[in-house]
Design a binder for this molecule. Structure first.
Ligand code: COA
Length: 366
């Protein structure tokens, strides 16, 4: 038992896969345009990964540990938030733990779709507050490119791949995730789902290709309301109002959802971190990726009060208040890398295009 009351964020790191699928690339594969996608969603491009959720998550975590200046051997817990782990048994967090050399750490995966990282942060923070863990790595890593259905132009442009991670450590100072609220909207399970993704007798038929189903406008409305309710809850718990918030880092699913939420909270967009143009929706990775970019862009200042909010399939929702410490620069960096893919984004995706009958032969490099 350690008896310390808070869990300060001491390190952060990300991995954005190098291959880009721009909106113009997307328009070569489905009937769409950069103009339509950008105006409806705020997305310009997405990164597609040639490596697994575990490998992306490992590199983000390796970078977060270097930023915190701590040894993997000192970590007590590795939590992976993800909807798309390549393995479910054994869990993917144990792969990351082994790759890191976090020999004494416990490891588990947590899936609440796009809210997975926020849920995981809340769980790991509470474990630190309870005294059972002293140092933890909390990762969000996703490879949703593998779940895109190229016969559905209304959804295939929305998602991208990537990973982000933070290190949290026990402290007596009032820092880190001070309050979080998690919820799950009743009767909204069907509006966003990946049928066939998981163990079921359907797998005996051999046809297990995953295809995302969703009702965009239904999600849009539920997301804005669900996040607004969770935000109201955490603000009240901390005795704060929207004007006390220095920076807002929301889930990046659609810039119009972010704008609607900011309007509802009467919160200026200048204080909102938006990076959906760069990454699209990276699900569990979206908030830690946005946090890393906000730090790199000097948007996070010492002592800031940061609001975060997320939603995802379930519909799971959540919000949190983070108090940043006085350090906004990494203590160190790491030179670990993932070897790049030898080919184009069309080469990478060719099996998926083939499955959905997209004629992409002329786009391949060889
Ligand atoms: C998906 C989303 C961007 C669609 O925006 P929208 O304004 O609701 O657009 P609609 O679905 O009403 O489609 C409008 C029109 O564009 C067309 N369209 C759909 N996808 C298109 C595409 N990629 N390119 C061009 N046109 C497209 C539709 O066919 C429709 O045409 P019609 O008016 O002739 O019937 C929006 O609903 C959304 O972002 N929802 C939330 C999704 C989400 O966040 N999911 C993940 C949760 S973590």
């Amino acid at each position: 038992m350690f008896g310390l009351n808070y869990a300060e964020i001491t390190g952060w790191g990300k991995y954005a896969p190098p291959l880009l699928m721009t909106n113009d690339d997307m328009a070569k594969v489905v009937d769409t345009s950069d103009e339509w996608i950008f105006s409806r969603s705020g997305i310009r491009q997405r990164h597609y990964s040639h490596v697994s959720v575990g490998e992306m998550g490992w590199l983000a975590a390796e970078r977060a540990l270097a930023a915190a200046g701590i040894d993997a051997a000192d970590i007590d817990l590795v939590v992976l938030g993800s909807t798309t782990p390549e393995e479910i048994c054994p869990n993917t967090a144990s792969f990351i733990k082994n790759q890191l050399g976090a020999t004494k750490a416990a490891a588990f995966d947590l899936n609440s779709a796009c809210t997975s990282w926020l849920y995981a942060m809340n769980v790991a923070t509470d474990m630190i507050k309870a005294g059972s863990v002293k140092k933890a790595v909390v990762i969000g890593s996703e490879r949703l490119s593998l779940a895109m259905d190229w016969s559905k132009r209304e959804s295939c442009f929305l998602f991208g791949d990537g990973a982000g991670a933070v290190v949290i450590e026990a402290t007596e100072q009032k820092l880190g995730l001070l309050s979080a609220h998690m919820s799950c909207v009743p009767d909204s399970r069907e509006c966003l789902h990946l049928p066939s993704w998981g163990m079921s007798p359907k797998h005996m038929t051999g046809d297990i290709h995953v295809s995302l189903n969703f009702e965009g406008q239904e999600i849009f409305k539920s997301a804005v309301k669900g996040m607004a309710d969770s935000i109201a809850e955490v603000l009240e718990r901390e005795g704060l109002s929207a004007s006390d918030i220095d920076l807002f880092i929301p889930h990046q699913a659609n810039v119009r959802i972010i704008q609607s939420l900011a309007k509802r909270l009467d919160f200026p967009m200048e204080k909102v971190v938006v990076c959906i143009d760069e990454y699209a929706n990276t699900s569990a990775a979206a908030i830690p990726l946005a946090l890393c970019d906000a730090l790199a862009d000097d948007k996070v200042k010492p002592g800031m009060t940061i609001l975060t909010a997320s939603f995802g399939a379930g519909l799971t929702c959540g919000a949190g208040i983070i108090r940043w410490s006085d350090r906004v620069v990494p203590l160190g960096s790491c030179d670990a890398e993932i070897a790049p893919y030898e080919g184009t984004v069309f080469d990478l995706m060719k099996d998926s295009f083939n499955y959905y009958g997209v004629d992409a032969q002329h786009l391949l490099s060889k």
